[in-house]
Design a protein around this ligand. Structure first.
Ligand code: HEC
Length: 189
């Protein structure tokens, strides 16, 4: 259908039983018709639903696109915005893994009402391949399910060990000094 035909199908002029003009104004109906005409895609073309991963994606390409735009707001590691709660965080990486279809859509058209307003890569002229590449990279970002305490543990233990080692070294040095001074002062007698 043309955009005009789609508008007609949505505002009831083609079929009075299919009239959305009571819930959407003319501008919204035109926006929706434009989306149906130029933006709607079948996500199965781009996402393997069995594995939840993007098809034919280049994560390296995705990284440079991500770092150049998305990372400004979401952070280079994707953890600046937590869409859920501190206890069960949901980052851009979480959504990329859990709901690649939603990721595809929002990365293309933005997040309405977000602050700062997330741009639409569709309006910026990105291809779907660009978005699919970004998705592949985003799936490698933290999802919040990583045991954040686990990596910290060896570090804490490590610094504990170096602390003990330092104290031991000081003690050993003190004992050596003690004997050196003793021997030295005995010799002088
Ligand atoms: C100007 C800042 C900005 C930029 C640039 C930006 N975003 Fe966002 N994005 C946001 C904000 C703000 C939210 C909503 C955060 C919230 O709800 O807490 C959001 C939400 C999202 C969501 C939806 C999360 C959900 O739970 O529904 C996805 C997916 C997303 N962004 C992906 C991207 C990708 C991919 C890019 C790069 C192509 C990008 N964003 C660039 C600001 C930005």
């Amino acid at each position: 259908m043309t955009v005009e035909q789609l508008v007609g199908a949505l505002n009831g002029s083609t079929n009075s039983a299919h009239d959305f003009s009571t819930v959407m104004n003319d501008a919204a109906i035109t926006d929706l018709a434009n989306f149906l005409k130029t933006g709607l895609v079948d996500p199965r073309q781009y996402i393997d639903y069995a594995t939840g991963t993007p098809k034919n994606a280049d994560a390296n390409q995705g990284k440079s696109l991500y770092d150049g735009l998305c990372g400004d707001c979401h952070g280079l590691d994707g953890t600046t915005f937590n869409f859920a709660s501190p206890e069960a965080p949901e980052f851009i990486g979480t959504l990329a893994v859990d709901n690649p279809q939603e990721f595809l859509h929002k990365a293309r058209f933005g997040q309405p009402g977000s602050n700062p307003m997330m741009p639409s890569t569709f309006d910026l002229g990105w291809s779907i391949q660009n978005v699919v590449d970004v998705m592949a990279y985003a799936q490698t970002l933290p999802t919040g399910t990583e045991a954040t305490a686990a990596p910290a543990l060896p570090g804490t233990l490590g610094s504990g060990f170096s602390m003990i080692a330092a104290l031991l070294a000081i003690g050993v040095l003190a004992v050596i000094m003690f004997f050196v001074i003793r021997v030295w002062s005995q010799r002088r007698r």
